[in-house]
Write a protein that binds this ligand. Structure first.
Ligand code: ADP
Length: 562
């Protein structure tokens, strides 16, 4: 075979430093606004951000950090964390964002597994660092993200970020790195077993930032102001800190206060047009706005993902506040963006209900990601919107293997099995029905816990709901609703169960509903169904009592699978 004719274009590597260099040079005066841990609002520009990122790179090099080594962060969304995003990666080290909401033992395990050289931390995490330091002997230093006057009293000997930066002149040229070298490290939250590390490359992060900025994704422009509520320690805040400098978008970083009032006030003060976060934070924001009787004056759209966006939330945003909701799906192993719910030209001409039905799903893939659903034998299943299957993905920002688990690829024939169960409809819209471990297996058929949760939270008296599988002698598993009422709201078990009538197939109807004061959440704000299942392990469904041979008596019968 003859050699291919090679093209004659520049071979410029795709690196993260090119993003901040671009923003500093071409959007130099665009703003980065942060609500600081110190309590005030900090305001500077991309130009200043790059300059300080360079000082950080110099400081870390001076401390002996070598390319490829990991530097951890335990920090909220703020400008110093952003400087770590570029200062650490810019000279070839790896920015390892750590979720401080995990248990300290888990954080210590992650720091040790990642083999972090230094850890940068917000002063709110001083006590956590004191707990971690004795358990993490390989960390050479803990760097407090503050100036000398804010250094907290700690047992651990720490370095001061501002002092380290002040010692450097910022006269530094970003080196040209191999675009395939590692840039960022994020661990999955590890609801089962130890967390697993996803090690991104400069190339994957830049391509992901490009794709995430497209009109049918976040649709970012230099006229937008974006406030990522999603933390920078959670899958790189869905890539927003990379996409914003790429597009010259004003960046508004909310710090540690993520309650409805704080978020609303910051959005209004800074003219925020786009936001992004998990459903739980939006619950808080919408509750605040309802109570205070206030409305957004600039917010145009918001990305909701990380767990399913209940249709009721989507409607509140759109109908009551005129804010477009972009429902998105992804995961740590995918950098994280996979699909977003945006209509195409033809779909946007359909009747309103048909449009809404599509927008409630997780949407179609953005270029770069391909997906398929497969059956138990690995055969590809049809895109009919009905058939459930295991969701597999592939693409240049999808994980190939886990960090330091070199043996044993997670891939199946070149595809990454996501652990999610989904349908795909003829429009190519993905609908996540469950995590494979949460799906309710009733009489050999599958019931989507997410669909039932969405119905429960559409009830006006319900604030939050989880649907879990409960053991059943005839059907193996049946759905149980565990719900939290809105403050002051009244609803009975019977009323809530009746609310499902006509909304799902009869055999999907929940067998029981119980009310609790609150539901357990993971460190990333998702329902912790594993814990809930444990809590309700010995719960006996009334329908289970009705089964012949059951030692108890009941008049209720179970819904039939027909
Ligand atoms: P983990 O919770 O494992 O740390 P991620 O934050 O990466 O990890 O979460 C990824 C998972 O979250 C997905 O596999 C999926 O189960 C769930 N998820 C994310 N977005 C959505 C969504 N829009 N609807 C339903 N589930 C979602």
């Amino acid at each position: 075979m003859s050699a291919p004719l090679l093209g004659q274009m520049m071979d410029v590597p795709l690196t993260l430093s090119s993003l901040i260099a671009h923003a500093a040079r071409h959007h130099g005066s665009a703003q980065i606004v942060s609500r600081r841990i110190e309590g005030d609002i900090h305001r500077y520009t991309y130009r200043e951000c790059e300059a300080r990122s360079k000082q950080l790179a110099q400081a870390l090099i001076a401390l002996g950090v070598a390319p490829g080594e990991r530097v951890g962060t335990l920090a909220w969304n703020g400008y110093r964390h952003l400087e770590a995003y570029f200062g650490v990666t810019g000279f070839g080290a790896v920015c390892h964002t750590i979720n401080p909401r995990l248990f300290p033992e888990q954080v210590a395990w992650i720091v040790n597994h990642a083999d972090d050289r230094y850890v940068l931390f917000d002063i709110t995490f001083a006590a956590l660092v004191d707990t971690l330091a004795p358990q993490c002997p390989n960390v050479r230093g803990w760097i407090a993200l503050c100036d000398e006057s804010h250094l907290p009293a700690m047992r651990t000997q720490v370095l001061c970020y501002e002092t380290l930066l002040a010692a450097q002149d910022g006269n530094y040229a970003w080196p040209e790195l191999d675009e395939r070298s590692a840039s960022n490290l994020c661990y999955t939250s590890g609801t089962t077993g130890n967390p697993k590390g996803a090690l991104y490359t400069h190339r994957s992060a830049v391509l992901h930032a490009y794709a995430g900025s497209l009109p049918d994704a976040l649709g970012l422009s230099a006229r937008d102001a974006i406030l990522p509520v999603v933390p920078m320690f959670h899958v790189n805040a869905w890539g927003i800190p990379h996409a914003a400098p790429l597009t010259g978008t004003k960046l508004v970083l909310p710090g540690k206060d993520l309650d409805g009032k704080s978020l609303f006030e910051l959005m209004e003060a800074e003219g925020v047009t786009v936001s992004a976060g998990v459903p739980t934070v939006w619950l808080g924001l919408l509750a605040y706005m309802r109570g205070a009787g206030v409305r957004f004056s600039t917010l145009d759209r918001t990305v909701v993902g990380g767990s399913a966006c209940p249709p009721a939330m989507l409607r509140t945003f759109e109908d009551d506040y005129g804010v477009q909701v972009i429902h998105a799906w992804g995961m740590t192993e995918m950098s994280p963006l996979g699909t977003l719910s945006r209509l195409n030209w033809e779909q946007s001409k359909r009747p309103r209900e048909a449009q809404q039905a599509l927008l409630e799903k997780q949407g179609r893939v953005i270029f770069g990601v391909d997906m398929k659903i497969v059956g138990e034998g690995g055969q590809e299943l049809p895109w009919d919107g009905v058939t459930f299957g295991d969701l597999h993905v592939r693409g240049p920002w999808v994980i190939d293997r886990y960090f330091r688990q070199e043996s044993g690829s997670p891939l199946v024939e070149g595809w990454f099995p996501t652990g999610d169960v989904a349908t795909i409809d003829p429009d190519g819209f993905l609908h996540i029905t469950d995590r494979s471990k949460d799906v309710i297996k009733s009489g050999g058929e599958w019931i989507s816990s997410i669909d039932l949760e969405n119905i429960a939270v559409a009830h006006p008296a319900i604030a939050e709901a989880a649907c879990i599988a409960c053991a059943h002698p005839r059907w193996t598993e049946r759905p149980l609703i565990v719900a939290v009422k809105k403050p002051g709201a009244a609803v009975t078990r019977e009323e809530l169960l009746a609310f499902f009538d006509g909304k799902v197939a009869k055999w999907w109807l929940p067998d029981d509903a119980v009310f609790v004061d609150d539901l357990p959440h993971t460190a990333t704000g998702k329902l912790q169904k594993l814990k809930l299942r444990e809590q309700f392990r010995s719960y006996v469904l009334p329908t289970a009592l009705a089964v012949e041979g059951c030692p108890f008596d009941s008049t209720q019968d179970v819904a039939k699978h027909d």
